[in-house]
Ligand binder design. Structure first.
Ligand SMILES: *[C@@H]1O[C@H](CO)[C@@H](O)[C@H](O)[C@H]1NC(C)=O
Ligand SMILES: *[C@@H]1O[C@H](CO)[C@@H](O)[C@H](O)[C@H]1NC(C)=O
Ligand SMILES: *[C@@H]1O[C@H](CO)[C@@H](O)[C@H](O)[C@H]1NC(C)=O
Ligand SMILES: *[C@@H]1O[C@H](CO)[C@@H](O)[C@H](O)[C@H]1NC(C)=O
Ligand SMILES: *[C@@H]1O[C@H](CO)[C@@H](O)[C@H](O)[C@H]1NC(C)=O
Length: 386
């Protein structure tokens, strides 16, 4: 009698666990500290209360990294573009950076990713592109030298700088000449080092370029008839974000690497634009960000990759002049992407904890309940109770 109860409990437990182990995408935010903002300790307390578990630091000052010690917030650090030449030439330059930014804090500060440079190709600087893969290799080897193997080392490309097209996603490829001389060697290295591909991906800009895209498609406003079909594969896309992620995945597959995890290092929607673009407004920024959170947390993934991107970082927490990582692009177009005011109250409500669990439970629970009841029924019948 007690044995069968154990069996019932055991099977129910397995069914329960198997229904809840879909790994949903981690949602993080970009945070650029500034003297005009509250001190990092207060910002971190706010991040925790918002249930945000990952932070991208484009300007990783050691004091800020230290402030994240003993929190469970994972950190994505960025090495400035200006250091790429020295790091690619000299492994001790990589070690030097790690001695300042990683070794004193790791693993108390939960550093999980390092991007060697950001949008290096945006300036059309082919020399810098040439030095990218050697620099990444030097950072990876320096980490290995000191016994750290859990940090993914890569670089962040901007979608518009590397892709030929996003329509249809299955026909997307990486642009030449960078495909052959930067991206392919990078993909080989990422596979060898078990690292991820980092990409900044803004449906806002693709929407602005392509008049035929309905705004609802860019803003996760999903309706039964609101889809775009990939004419090659017949796959239906219900939002522009998935379509862009799958373009990257298709291009990686063409390059011979279909399994490298994708991290969306930046995505967001502006609340205001100095050129007075009508779509740059709070109400759309809110729709995009809440739609994004709900979608990636739902665990539905994208049509080409069932687990979706492994992490997605929202650009950004506070309005800032991100001159360091935006480089030449910082002509005023990047100043109003924050979802919080400097006093840390939100410009508009976004529920970061929402979405995923709710949607997933609704889909899975009835099935689990049916399975559990079925098992009970079979066991009870076998034992002769019914
Ligand atoms: C971090 O996570 C661990 C394990 O989930 C938990 O025990 C600990 O209390 C968390 N720490 C903080 C500061 O949230
Ligand atoms: C390599 O970098 C280290 C530290 O920055 C420096 O001391 C050394 O002179 C450099 N070596 C070469 C060959 O540039
Ligand atoms: C590769 O990385 C993933 C997650 O980052 C980890 O779960 C896995 O164990 C790693 N595999 C190897 C061979 O190191
Ligand atoms: C960014 O810089 C511009 C011009 O330099 C300035 O007007 C604006 O207030 C700055 N914004 C922030 C958030 O610092
Ligand atoms: C925070 O700042 C915003 C914008 O300046 C203001 O509207 C809001 O009332 C402030 N919130 C608090 C709690 O002070």
């Amino acid at each position: 009698m007690s044995t069968s109860l154990y069996i019932i409990t055991f099977i129910s437990l397995i069914l329960f666990l198997s229904s809840t182990t879909t790994t949903a995408t981690t949602i993080g935010v970009t945070y650029i500290p500034s003297p005009a903002l509250p001190p990092p300790e207060q910002v971190i307390a706010n991040l925790i209360s918002l249930k945000i578990t990952a932070v991208r630091l484009p300007v990783p000052n050691p004091n800020i990294i230290r402030a994240f010690s003993y929190t469970n917030i994972s950190l994505f650090l960025v090495i400035p573009n200006s250091l790429i030449p020295s790091i690619s030439a000299n492994r001790s330059a990589a070690a030097l950076w790690l001695y300042d930014h990683v070794i004193p804090f790791y693993p108390r500060a939960h550093i999980t990713a390092i991007s060697v440079g950001t949008h290096v190709l945006a300036n059309g600087d082919v020399t810098a592109a040439d030095q990218l893969v050697p620099a990444i290799r030097n950072v990876y080897r320096s980490l290995n030298d000191i016994g750290i193997k859990q940090i993914t080392v890569s670089t962040t490309f901007s979608f518009v700088n590397i892709m030929t097209t996003s329509f249809p996603p299955s026909s997307a490829e990486f642009q030449q000449p960078v495909d052959n001389f930067v991206i392919k060697p990078l993909l080989d290295l990422l596979t060898e080092t078990n690292s991820s591909f980092f990409v900044s991906l803004y449906p806002y800009f693709v929407y602005k370029l392509r008049a035929e895209i309905p705004i609802g498609f860019a803003l996760f406003q999903e309706h039964a008839y609101n889809f775009r079909e990939d004419t090659v594969t017949g796959v239906r896309y219900r939002n522009l974000f998935d379509l862009m992620v799958d373009a990257v995945i298709a291009a990686m597959a063409v390059a011979g690497h279909e399994n490298i995890p994708v991290v969306v290092a930046e995505t967001g929607w502006p609340c205001f634009d100095s050129n007075h673009e009508v779509e740059a407004r709070d109400v759309y920024a809110r729709m995009y960000l809440q739609g994004l959170v709900n979608h990636v947390r739902s665990g539905k993934g994208t049509p080409l990759r069932k687990e979706g991107p492994s992490e997605v970082y929202i650009y950004e927490m506070f309005d800032t002049n991100d001159t360091e990582t935006k480089g030449l692009q910082s002509d005023g177009a990047w100043q109003n992407w924050g979802f919080c005011y400097p006093n840390m109250s939100m410009k508009f409500g976004i529920d970061f904890s929402n979405g995923g669990s709710g949607v997933r439970e609704a889909e899975v629970k009835p099935l689990t309940v049916v399975c559990v009841l079925l098992v009970y029924f079979i066991v009870l019948k076998r034992l002769g109770f019914i």
